[in-house]
Design a protein around this ligand. Structure first.
Ligand code: NAG
Ligand code: NAG
Ligand code: NAG
Ligand code: NAG
Ligand code: NAG
Length: 468
């Protein structure tokens, strides 16, 4: 989302009121699971700081380059295939270095080595470091792998492969969107690090480098250092957002998504996609489809054509949970970016409902919002049926664009709260999608003002196919 002005006058209250509200929210937001009745949507009046966040200075240890000659930096991993038996390791060095990963299943005992490739890109007057990527494949499930990278200065990390693919595999995904690199982003990451999330589903808008003059690319480097403490140890599944477009024709930069594509590989070919920006993976009992809000999606576009085929390959006997990730929400009752996802919804929603998608996660709006299962697929221009309806067969939509970037929260909601909106609040935080088995998954949202164990919103999601 782009910067916007917020009015805070109506939200100001005395510090005593604030303390009382905080206490009330802490009590009511206890970790018990609340299942709200349909039509009883809530707008939280929890008070939080509304000013824009401040980015970490370049000298902050969290974004500084690691010490040592030509040390590998900005290390992150993502799933490297359809089934979770491959991992793509990416990192950057200032000087040339071999794109090699040494790895094994005992710390210090690196039995195998894989070689990948190195690339560089330039943007305006910036030239990137040497970007290395190596795919480790044929991995065993449910195994902790140790890996090391670098030649002069060597750094070591580890990751754990998923338990396998199957209908009753329990697995916990983390959800973060619109993170940026402010002090709020740091809190979000700190809390997520304490959670049980094993793989992060990232719903787009990463570094916000484009909020700097000439889309100052060094801010991509600082961002990638900031997230390393998580992303080097568990896969982050990438979705593109508007801040990744980086269209700057004034200085000749017309190749969109240039930095994002150079820095964040995805295993798109494995799902027969022709674009790094839309693809699918399976992990545990979930089939996850990543869509691209800023790539063409009209009928007969490559993305539309791919999605048609992709949905036909989903086997709910193997992966009961069908999850969609995209950046710009289709259901959002925040004044910020209101209806911005509407054109994509019009094209894709029928397919998503017919395919019994369980949940659609989006970012973009810097607030949290969860809907009841809702659809709006009856309208045909002449029949007037244009009001979203509660529909148990339709997905739950969750906006989790509240990672905490420097633009601040989106604090103005539309009134009255639409019937489909179950809970909404303009606080920063992260979410967890905790799959228990083929019928039950528990969604929890954790706001930054509370500690990680406190649940600010939660719901049990019943599988669309398996829960009769
Ligand atoms: C890039 O251009 C900007 C704006 O003209 C300037 O401030 C900056 O010093 C330049 N950077 C390099 C590395 O040349
Ligand atoms: C990709 O296409 C090939 C050829 O049609 C097919 O055999 C394969 O199953 C497809 N892969 C996926 C993940 O859909
Ligand atoms: C639009 O929907 C109405 C009512 O459901 C139906 O009678 C009509 O035939 C539809 N129009 C078209 C062009 O499909
Ligand atoms: C929301 O629900 C109420 C109560 O059922 C109903 O009166 C109202 O028309 C609904 N509003 C919309 C926009 O559907
Ligand atoms: C699935 O998980 C839920 C929540 O933990 C539990 O209540 C239910 O009994 C489980 N179902 C099966 C078949 O294990």
């Amino acid at each position: 989302m782009k910067r916007h002005k917020t009015t805070i006058t109506n939200l100001l209250c005395s510090s005593m009121m604030r303390a009382l509200l905080l206490l009330l929210m802490t009590l009511s937001g206890s970790s018990s699971l609340a299942l709200f009745d349909e039509g009883s949507g809530r707008t939280s009046h929890y008070m939080r700081r509304l000013s824009a966040g401040i980015d970490l200075p370049y000298t902050d240890p969290l974004v500084e380059a690691p010490p040592g000659e030509n040390a590998p930096q900005q290390v992150h991993i993502t799933q490297g295939d359809i089934l979770g038996k491959a991992v793509i390791v990416s990192w950057i060095t200032d000087q040339p270095s071999a794109p090699k990963v040494w790895y094994g299943i005992k710390q210090g005992d690196y039995h195998w080595v894989k070689e990948g490739r190195t690339s560089q890109y330039s943007f305006y007057n910036y030239t990137s470091g040497f970007i290395h990527r190596v795919t480790l494949d044929s991995l065993q499930y449910n195994t902790k792998y140790y890996y090391k990278i670098g030649e002069v200065t060597v750094r070591e990390f580890w990751f754990t492969t998923p338990p396998g693919i199957g209908p009753d595999i329990a697995y916990t995904f983390g959800l973060i969107g619109d993170l940026g690199q402010s002090y709020d982003s740091v809190t979000t990451l700190e809390h997520y690090a304490q959670s049980s999330g094993k793989c992060l589903l990232y719903v787009g808008d990463l570094s916000y480098a484009d909020n700097y003059p000439f889309y100052y690319q060094v801010r991509w480097d600082t961002w990638s250092r900031l997230i390393e403490s998580s992303a080097a140890y568990q896969p982050w599944i990438w979705t593109s957002g508007n801040h990744e477009i980086e269209f700057l024709p004034e200085v000749g930069e017309t190749k969109i998504f240039k930095s994002f594509k150079a820095r964040f590989p995805t295993p798109y070919k494995a799902s027969n996609s022709t674009s790094q920006l839309w693809y699918s993976i399976k992990r545990g009992s979930a089939h996850i489809i990543v869509l691209a809000s800023y790539s063409s999606y009209g009928i007969f576009s490559p993305q539309w054509t791919w999605l048609q085929t992709e949905l036909s390959t989903v086997d709910r006997n193997v992966t009961p949970w069908l999850i969609v990730l995209l950046h710009c929400p289709w259901y959002n009752s925040n004044a910020a970016s209101y209806m911005a996802g509407e054109s994509m919804r019009v094209v894709f929603e029928q397919m998503v409902v017919t395919s019994q998608v369980d949940v659609v996660f989006a970012g973009h709006v810097h607030a949290y919002e969860r809907t009841f299962p809702v659809s709006n697929i009856l309208y045909n221009i002449t029949n007037g049926l244009c009001i979203p309806e509660l529909n148990p067969a339709a997905p739950t939509y969750i906006v989790i664009g509240d990672g905490g970037n420097n633009e601040g929260p989106s604090s103005t909601f539309t009134e009255p709260q639409p019937n489909y909106s179950a809970y909404r609040e303009a606080s920063f935080g992260h979410g967890l999608f905790d799959i228990k088995n083929r019928t039950h998954a528990i969604w929890t949202w954790h706001r930054n003002q509370d500690g990680e164990p406190v649940v600010a919103d939660s719901v049990i999601l019943y599988n669309k196919v398996w829960y009769a």
